[in-house]
Write a protein that binds this ligand. Sequence first.
Ligand SMILES: [Zn+2]
Length: 116
Amino acid sequence: MKFELPAMSGFDGIEIRDWMGGPVRDLFSIYIKTSMDMLRSAQGLEGSTLREVGQIARVQQAFMASINAMMSASGSSCTLDSPPEAINLTTDSDGNLVLRCEHDPCHEWDLDGTKI
Ligand SMILES: [Zn+2]
């Protein structure tokens, strides 16, 4: 089964539990999409002062923690290997936001759903 949330409709290999139906699924989708949009725009800010950068970093940490909690609660998992493993929003070595599963070796997606 493919991940059906509109916010992540292009994410091949990601799946969530079937019980995430109807309103819960819609709310989850809106929350993820809004949070990711905010993170993207925060990362795109130019000319920020050091203080602002620190605030943005803290907001990003808070969003990442809440998104990861939502993904965990929804049973989001990577099905590209067996058994399925959890997926977390994290940053790569360049500081870009990525979704990364707990497989070894891991699978990664950027926030547009492109597999890295
Ligand atoms: Zn994986």
